[in-house]
Write a new protein. Structure first.
Length: 257
């Protein structure tokens, strides 16, 4: 996967440049994505292997990365729709797919209102998106509308250990409750462990601090201190460290009837 990501980046460097300037040059090297991409890839392929027909997939909050193109090489995947609110991505997607990749498409829509038909999607993956959006329950409702009963939702999200991000340990139970309302978790035990926010702080976990101590170039911010200060000001707090303290969690669910 890493080799594919690097080759994709080199091949489409010009088309990807505008998005790379906004975020990171190589998404696979972003601190948590090196685990999140393989997690979603394995979950979708495992699910696809149980289906009688090639599956249709939604990349929710896609940006533009190598990942849907990598996933589209799997035979059980029929088509991947990438959905993002950034209209500038349409040109990049068009340029990349014009050479014949018909299994990946792009729609410029709000995740709470994709415009896609009811139960038209077999699997959705949403990688570190919902923590940045306030209308999470509306988006989860849309995911449920799109998925056929029993369809797969593979989801990852950041958790703000210092409370400067959008999902703090104290807010986790609300997030989990919203997910459980519409989807049945494949591993309920992992969700129950998350509901105890203090338990997170007592465990040995992968975090931005862990990455900062070992591979600081993989942090997801160009200017970590400035990002920390900005988030603290928005929360009317004083930053507790030079970087925001994040960890992440990854889960799979099935759409309830």
């Amino acid at each position: 996967m890493r080799a594919f990501a690097e080759e994709f980046l080199e091949m489409h460097r010009t088309s990807l440049a505008p998005f790379s300037k906004k975020w990171v040059a190589n998404p696979f090297n972003q601190w948590s994505r090196q685990w999140e991409y393989p997690f979603c890839h394995e979950a979708i392929n495992k699910y696809a292997a149980t289906q009688e027909h090639p599956i249709r997939v939604l990349d929710a909050g896609s940006g533009i990365t190598f990942f849907p193109f990598y996933l589209s090489e799997s035979d059980p995947v029929n088509h991947i729709t990438c959905c993002d609110l950034d209209p500038a991505l349409a040109t990049s997607f068009s340029t990349i797919t014009e050479n014949g990749n018909r299994k990946v498409g792009f729609i410029n829509r709000n995740l709470a209102d994709t415009g896609l038909q009811d139960h038209s999607i077999d699997a959705i993956y949403c990688i570190s998106v919902l923590e940045h959006i306030s209308a999470r329950e509306d988006i989860l409702q849309e995911f449920h509308r799109l998925l056929r009963p029993g369809g797969l939702l593979a989801i990852t999200f950041d958790i703000s250990l210092d409370g400067l991000g959008d999902i703090s340990p104290e807010e986790l139970p609300l997030m989990i409750k919203a997910l459980r309302k519409l989807f049945a978790p494949d591993d309920s035990g992992s969700l129950e462990a998350l509901e105890n926010g203090k338990h997170l702080l007592e465990r040995d976990i992968v975090s931005t601090q862990y990455i900062a101590n070992r591979h600081p170039a993989l942090l997801p911010w160009r200017y970590p201190l400035l990002s920390s200060i900005k988030s603290a000001l928005l929360k009317r707090r004083i930053p507790s460290s030079r970087i925001k303290q994040l960890t992440f969690s990854s889960h799979t669910f099935r759409a309830k009837p």
